[in-house]
Design a protein around this ligand. Structure first.
Ligand code: ADP
Ligand code: ASP
Ligand code: MG
Length: 319
């Protein structure tokens, strides 16, 4: 089986969702599990919503909520029909009702604990996967939607929780039977602690979810589908002439991620290492183009890439 993860820009609208499903459909014979992030910038908007609510600006918080609601319902209406339209509409309506009560709660309390923040941020992935699974069914694909909150168990470190791999593995293997011509869809980023409270794996954590599922199911490959052609020699937004690195080792990829290459979440590699699962980083916009394979070892060619982190303060203390 394989795990394929799609980031926010890769599922930002109907056209991109269909591109992502095309990619999955082409590999249906490999028993795929699709992990999705929230659509576009939804998580940033959920953060902004909570911040405005806490500041006492409920009006602004609810206007962002309306914006998010409108864009999700537009997507639902534009490419779903019949049972699939009904399923996605009812589920999204329920999710937006819950989200609205939570934002109301935050604006009354004027406080958002890490625990509440995780509950709010989870809505992005819950909505995107509702839509993606309904669209896959609409296109005639045998598809099952999973709930990562029931399958990935973590510690209580809200906002950047660590997975409990043994427990999660047991739950994942109990719920997923990978088979050719069947597509499973699950949320990236979200999980729950042993008491069932929603946790998240930290911003950008959907990559990590992909390798957690991959290691639990002994996947032959994990694919990270994003908006660039793999891990490059530097951030192409800063250095447009950056080139794709075709092969990189687990250690090198982890180090680059840790030092600011946000193309993969810094913890992504950890679950892949033990089982030596190759992690491929590919572009949804250019599926047949250049990509990176992260594997146990790679040819050493000296300097591979340059990464950067902004807003860093260096504190030097002398006795
Ligand atoms: P996704 O939403 O798919 O998870 P991210 O925005 O988290 O995507 O990561 C992709 C972005 O990472 C790229 O658009 C790019 O600007 C940035 N990036 C930073 N460093 C690198 C690098 N060395 N190689 C490729 N992309 C990089
Ligand atoms: N949606 C989450 C975020 O924006 C997780 C992810 O995209 O990986 O941080
Ligand atoms: Mg990311």
């Amino acid at each position: 089986m394989i795990v394929m993860k799609f980031g926010g820009t890769s599922v930002q609208n109907t056209e991109m969702i269909d591109k992502a499903i095309n990619i999955a459909e082409k590999q249906l014979d490999r028993a795929p599990l699709l992990i999705s992030s929230a659509m576009g910038k939804t998580t940033d908007k959920l953060v902004a919503m909570s911040e405005f609510a806490v500041e006492g600006n409920a009006e602004k918080a609810f206007s962002i909520l309306e914006e998010v609601k409108t864009s999700h319902f537009e997507t639902i209406k534009s490419f779903l029909s019949g049972e699939n339209l009904k399923f996605a509409t009812e589920r999204a309506e329920k999710l937006f009702e819950e989200l609205s009560s939570l934002i109301n709660g935050l604006s009354l309390l004027k406080e958002c604990s890490p625990r509440s923040s995780d509950t709010v941020l989870a809505f992005g992935e819950l909505l995107s996967t509702t839509i993606i699974s309904a669209r896959a069914k609409e296109r005639g694909i045998d598809c099952t939607l999973l709930d990562s909150r029931q399958l990935i168990k973590t510690d209580d470190n809200f906002t950047s929780a660590l997975p409990l791999m043994d427990k999660s593995g047991e739950l994942i293997r109990g719920a997923v039977t990978p088979m050719p011509n069947k597509l499973y869809v699950a949320q990236g980023f979200i999980a729950s602690n042993m008491n069932g409270a929603t946790t998240t794996l930290g911003r950008g954590g959907s990559d990590y979810s992909a390798t957690i599922y991959g290691a639990s199911l002994d996947a032959e490959e994990v694919q990270i589908w994003t908006d660039v052609n793999g891990i490059m020699t530097s951030d192409p937004r800063i250095i447009p002439s950056a080139r794709t690195i075709p092969q990189i080792s687990y250690d090198e990829a982890a180090e680059l991620a840790f030092f600011g290459a946000k193309v993969v979440h810094p913890s992504t590699i950890i679950p892949a290492v033990d089982r030596k699962i190759p992690v491929l980083v590919k572009s949804t916009k250019d599926p047949d183009g250049a990509y990176t394979t992260i594997a146990p070892t790679s040819e050493s060619i000296g300097l591979k890439a340059i990464s950067s982190k902004s807003n860093i303060t260096l504190l030097e203390i002398k006795t």
